[in-house]
Design a protein around this ligand. Sequence first.
Ligand code: NAP
Length: 625
Amino acid sequence: MSANAVDTAFIRRAVELADLNAVRVTLYMHTHDPEIAALPKAIELSDDQRELLISKATAWLEANAAADRPAEPDEAELRTLMNLATKEEMGDLEFTARRELPAFKDFPLMIEWEGDKPAIPEDFMIVVIGSGFSGLATGVQLNNLGLPYTILERRPEPGGTWSINRYPDIRVDTISITYEFAFEKDYRWSEYFGRGPEVRSYLEGVSRKFGPYDHTKFGCEVTKATFDAERDKWIVEYDSPDGPQTIEANYVINGVGTFANPKFPSFEGQESFEGEVLHPARWPDGVDFTGKRVAVIGNGSTGVQLLAPVAEEAEHVDVFQRTPQWISPRDKYGAPMEPETLWLLDNFPGYWNWWRYMAIAGLFGTHGFIVPDEEWVKQGGKWNPMNDQLRADLTAYIKAQVNGDEELIEKLVPDYAPFSRRPVVDNGWYKALTRDNVDLVTSPIARFTPKGIETADGEVHEVDVVITATGFEVMKYLWPADYLGKDGTSIHDFWSKDGPRAYISMMVPNFPNMFMLYGPNSQPLSGGTGLPVWYVIWAAYAARCITRALAEGKTRVEVKPEPYERYNEALDAEASKLLLLQEEGAPEENYYINEFGRMQVNAPWYGPEYHRMCTEVEWDDLELS
Ligand code: NAP
């Protein structure tokens, strides 16, 4: 819809529906109106102030609406606008980490050649493994640098975990404006939280529009990669539709992800079960639960997302819960993007940027939930004031959702602190438990029988279908493929002492010329920015190393053993202070923590600090030869 095709009432509705903080900053960026600068954050606006903002924005749009892309403000202006957005003065560390989040540049956070591009050896090749978010970020980065690369993708399409998971109601649970690439500025989601099929088609669109698609070999699953130390090359073996193949690579960039392989439980008697067992990551087309009795095992993000649609269809559902979760609602979850909002994104230059920034800014403070407050605990608190307040709010939410049903509340309220595990978003899960055709079962599963599931209390729950929403093999990173380093050691043997580790989540000594994206201890626990920002940061890190080596005529990049050890010692020390490894965090009940009691999935650092580590290469820690 063009600017001319809409009337004042439409524009006003668009502003009213918008993120008013983003409107405030965008309008100030265009007008430098001191009255707008003086307004407080949206949540603190009085009625008069709100009206002032809405009417000024409406008037500005009536006169100026246009499908233009704004130029990036200069550094001082950008900082002023970012401070205005959150109404906080940022430190330099924070500013550096956040300055590209409003995404005015064409390819925020990606690198370009420093100086002239060197001659690239004729047979030079980078192999990227996986075509999910990480692999695509890498492909776009390499494409922009003009480096030869091939993406090996086992699925027939891009998308990674979004290609694999097709269960009912699958969708993102962080708002899509933060769960998209900053270099694709024109995609408009149909819902605030994009559904699985739309995420898949978005990723395919990115792959086609920005180059990676034509560099991707689909249906190709890597089985083994061996480093040839004589020639500084990886010999990558993979299964393809034409049988086993080999490709040589100067560098391997691994984007296989954390949620690549489903975890299939094996219960006693499972093979005797006469019904159907479905894993959400192996969902067949056309499943119909009408008239069926269904068991759902698991209440992580997946089990919680799929229960409500299954319960609406099925005759009866038993939900098997091993550990209660903190499950929270999200504003606009499930809501379509209104035509007015879509119009605003296209016709208010800068609004996309500042909405994105504000949506990400909501994550800046999350470190506060996991750091200890010993004084508070001495005074009788459980962890810290912020976390305890959230706990109280979520407990109230649970009680309200189940209409005060004491029996359910007893089973549902966790005895550990929120933010110990990955937050789960409510897709009508608690409400579904109040349905007449749904029962919550908390007695542990003892075994499967031919007709259903027997629990430890001796009860047999007869079912036709079991959905095992039991998660992923998160701990077996890079598995089931094998990687043999420069002395022939398997990466899985290298990691056998206490699970996968890396240097700033990307590099492992003995395994030169290999980078991992979303690798061990990579997922930022806190300090802001959604994962797609990080995929680009990690891809750019690998590209920094590769371009430097090419410019210097070097053929090998590896992390030295001592910095790897030093980094991991510091990481363990930092992790040990945080909620996740404390009693209050219930570490044994957490897929973030591995079987050795180590935090394996997350980066424990304060987000901006971790950003610095991943964007400023410490060349002394690496060896280029
Ligand atoms: P998960 O968080 O690992 O949850 C697995 C569930 O299965 C847990 O409730 C677990 O119980 C239960 N379980 C596992 N083995 C069991 C057994 N033998 N007996 C009984 N219960 C068992 O897996 P997920 O739900 O698939 O989620 C994984 C991650 O994927 C999420 O944290 C999120 O990062 C991502 N995800 C994202 C979205 C999204 O909307 N963007 C959607 C789905 C998933 P315990 O808690 O006792 O271990």
